[in-house]
Ligand binder design. Structure first.
Ligand SMILES: [Zn+2]
Length: 422
């Protein structure tokens, strides 16, 4: 008897009506435990009459948590009862699995834990030896509710491709990095319909809306939140500048033969060009491309020596970056006005947009946002993009993001336990 209790305890099964058989089957891939579910006959649910023990059901296969790295399957035989008065049949119930379900609650909890992580749906299914549709079923037990009683003071608006060609609109709480809305589509109508649901009192809480430079949302944001300041996202401003630098480097690079070592060096050390020159590492390492020991600063000097044009634009890029980061808006825009006529068209496009959106950029520089927050937002965007793959269904995509970003573990357990007791 002791041995049997041990199996039960090590599997952490609490239901006193389940007893395990002494032996289990070892397979190459997994172990199979045999157990019975049995207890005294309950009252008939139909006529309240007396029930009697009948036979056992065919064992049901319950995939269970791994034990010591080995996959576990429980073959559970459930007692059947028959009403002596009306003949109604009933099957014994257990806290291990919900009625008419095969997946134990503990596995469903594990799935939820993993849904809050950033793992792919297929990986979750594989790890827990359940089907992908079981993982989706668990995801579908969650609901994304919109809290219409609250909006943050600082909101950021963005759009993401949730799958190829399908864009979705995402509003976040800039300070807490929480998702406020994920909308299927990004048209003005979709956005208007969503935000019109909030009362005027709630809407007027919003003080700042940050968004990307080429955003199509300026007008609608002004209409919906007339009191809010529209601010360009600092992260995006830097990103546009960096992209221009990168595209320009590629143009220069392509002027060289693909076999040349100028081409190879410009291709290999692209990151050093993009990096803020103040942060270049000055440790000396052996560099196979140059066949000598060089610091990152020395590498950049070599790259720039290949082309005066590259040097010229690199210096402009670094100066703009510097003024921007130091919040010297006057210098930033003076430099743009002074150089815009002479720069390459790639830079001209970006710089003229900066001039057009001057006011919104100045707003961005004046607001007291820390870089840490920008960093966090940046990470959030990456997570969303990564999570976005493999979802055909928008609702699932949305639920997954909500679970990954908005729920704390404690909260979810509460929600879940409520689900189970229903
Ligand atoms: Zn009955």
């Amino acid at each position: 008897m002791e041995q049997l209790d041990y199996i039960k305890e090590s599997l952490d099964i609490k239901d006193p009506n389940i007893t395990f058989e002494k032996t289990f089957d070892k397979f190459f891939t997994h172990r199979e435990y045999h157990a019975k579910l049995d207890y005294d006959p309950p009252q008939c649910s139909v006529c309240q009459g007396k029930m009697a023990k009948y036979d056992f059901q065919k064992p049901c296969k319950i995939p269970y948590l791994e034990m010591a790295g080995c996959k576990v399957l429980i073959r559970l035989k459930k007692r059947r009862f028959k009403c002596q008065a009306c003949g109604k049949m009933a099957v014994a119930k257990t806290s291990l699995v919900r009625e008419n379900h095969q997946i134990p609650n503990i596995i469903n909890h594990k799935i939820t834990d993993k849904l809050m992580s950033r793992e792919a749906m297929t990986k979750i299914a594989e790890d827990l030896s359940v089907s992908v549709s079981t993982v989706y079923r668990q995801l579908n037990r969650f609901e994304c509710k919109t809290d219409l009683t609250w909006l943050p003071e600082n909101m950021s608006w963005d759009e993401y491709a949730f799958k190829k060609g399908k864009m979705s609109f995402i509003a976040q709480d800039f300070d807490a990095n929480k998702i406020i809305a994920i909308l299927d589509g990004r048209t003005q109508a979709v956005i208007r319909n969503h935000f019109m649901r909030y009362s005027h009192k709630v809407s007027s809480r919003v003080k700042v809306i940050t968004m990307d430079m080429f955003s199509p949302y300026y007008d609608i944001a002004k209409q919906l939140f007339p009191k809010a300041k529209i601010v360009l996202d600092r992260f995006h401003i830097v990103q546009h500048l960096s992209r221009a630098m990168n595209r320009f480097r590629i143009q220069i690079m392509n002027q060289f033969e693909h076999q040349s070592y100028e081409y190879k060096a410009l291709k290999r050390y692209w990151k050093l060009i993009q990096q803020d020159s103040r942060n270049l590492n000055d440790k000396r390492f052996y560099r196979p491309t140059f066949r000598m020991h060089l610091t990152n600063q020395e590498i950049v000097q070599r790259l720039l020596s290949y082309s005066d044009e590259l040097r010229h634009h690199y210096e402009l890029f670094q100066c703009l970056l510097f003024h921007f980061q130091e919040k010297q808006e006057k210098h930033f825009f003076e430099l743009i006005s002074d150089t815009i006529k002479q720069v390459h068209p790639i830079f001209k496009t970006v710089l003229s947009t900066f001039l057009k959106d001057k006011e919104k950029i100045i707003n961005a520089l004046k607001l007291p946002y820390s870089n840490a927050k920008l960093e966090a937002t940046n990470n959030l965007i990456k997570v969303i993009k990564r999570n976005a793959f493999g979802f055909r269904n928008f609702e699932n995509f949305k639920k997954r993001i909500y679970l990954a970003l908005n729920t704390t573990k404690e909260k979810t357990k509460l929600v879940l336990s409520r689900c189970y007791t229903q």
